[in-house]
Design a protein around this ligand. Structure first.
Ligand SMILES: NC(=O)c1ccc[n+]([C@@H]2O[C@H](COP(=O)([O-])OP(=O)(O)OC[C@H]3O[C@@H](n4cnc5c(N)ncnc54)[C@H](OP(=O)(O)O)[C@@H]3O)[C@@H](O)[C@H]2O)c1
Length: 336
């Protein structure tokens, strides 16, 4: 069998579970003999079986028909099988127990709890292991997971909705709606793709947002993070679902550092100009996603940035831009 093709198939099918596996990486596994695919398995839901274990149990249904012993089969998996016993058992040990003799891996797991230890278990038990098939594609598929374990902090995305004249909101007790319904649905998908959403005290009090992902497909809801020095009314919508972590400390660098041991790889900041600029000034943002409408809010509205303080001056460059109805969505990535 062509292992490169099988790896691409495993990556493609694993993508189906990107919203339900998070904050875990998506992983795919395929068992094959010389002529055909025997079974496939995916990490479908956070906390449930890993891909390799699903592939093995699906293969058992064909044992005695399509194959006799697991020693006849090769296992292709996108990410290194885990060595540690977490929510499920160690996959590497379970692979060894089946008697599989060949394992082909996309890339090493960057999680320090694994990081090569799974491969070591396989090799020590006489399994022929190949690593590095379509490595870049696997890393890109799980870019937040790789970023977190490489940089010891989650990937931080700042979302802003802006009027044509660069304004964030009109100062009042009411929420200012800036962009189209289609852009606002795009933000719901963005929320669904992140592991946590972070906001500040003023947005909480002025807008009373729920900030969950209201999408028409199954997703693990993002955790919620609130930065405020004040006591809050727990009847506000933000507290309606999922755990909310409240940080009273205003030292953003320290807060971000403390996230290295938390169970999330990506954070979406949805706050007003005060908190957004504080994060940007400290260089803590990795990506900005901006939605700009074609309407102006005028002089009474609050600007996102000071005149000489545009996104580019914070060291970001435009990576892509899309039209959504009458709005423009732009994605900016940090230079270098
Ligand atoms: N257009 C958009 O995309 C968008 C998105 C979200 C919000 N908004 C608008 O933004 C408005 C609020 O904006 P805002 O700029 O006044 O407030 P904000 O950025 O939402 O929140 C600022 C608050 O965050 C807390 N905070 C904690 N650490 C901080 C730090 N290091 N630096 C700055 N703030 C810190 C403080 O809360 P405490 O005072 O409670 O201690 C501070 O008052 C809302 O009315 C909303 O309509 C617009």
């Amino acid at each position: 069998m062509n292992f490169e093709e099988l790896m691409l198939r495993a990556v493609t099918n694993a993508e189906t579970f990107k919203y339900t596996a998070k904050p875990n990486p998506v992983v795919g596994a395929i068992l094959c003999n010389d002529n055909e695919i025997i079974s496939e398995g995916y990490h479908e839901i956070y906390g449930s079986n890993h891909a390799e274990i699903n592939a093995i149990s699906n293969a058992r249904k064909h044992q005695g028909k399509k194959f006799n012993n697991f020693s006849e089969l090769a296992l292709v998996c996108t990410l290194e099988p885990c060595s540690h016993v977490g929510k499920t058992g160690s996959c590497a040990e379970q692979i060894v127990e089946t008697g599989i003799k060949k394992v082909v891996i996309g890339t090493i797991d960057p999680n320090p709890k694994v990081a090569g230890k799974g491969i070591e278990i396989l090799k020590k038990n006489g399994i022929d292991v190949t690593v590095g098939i379509h490595e870049d594609i696997v890393k890109n598929q799980n870019k937040y997971f790789f970023f977190k374990h490489t940089n010891n902090k989650p990937y931080i995305i700042l979302k802003i909705a802006s009027s044509l004249d660069g304004k964030s909101h009109i100062e009042s007790d009411e929420r200012t709606i800036i962009t189209s319904k289609a852009s606002r649905y795009d933000v719901q998908i963005l929320r669904a793709s992140c592991d946590a959403i972070l906001t500040g005290g003023n947005t909480l009090r002025n807008d009373n947002p729920r900030m969950n992902a209201r999408v028409n497909f199954p997703t693990n809801q993002p955790k919620k993070i609130l930065l405020t020095s004040k006591d809050c009314d727990k009847e506000l919508n933000f507290f309606k679902d999922n755990d909310v972590k409240i940080y009273k400390n205003k030292d953003l660098t320290q807060i971000i550092k403390s996230f290295k041991d938390q169970d999330f790889c990506s954070i979406l900041i949805e706050a007003g100009p005060k908190l957004a600029n504080s994060f940007l000034e400290l260089g803590l943002v990795d990506e900005i996603i901006s939605y700009t409408s074609n309407n102006e809010l005028g002089d009474k509205a609050v600007s996102w940035f000071k005149e000489n303080n545009a996104i580019e001056n914070y060291g970001f460059k435009l990576e892509s831009s899309y039209k959504i109805d009458s709005d423009i969505k732009e994605v900016f990535k940090k230079n270098g």
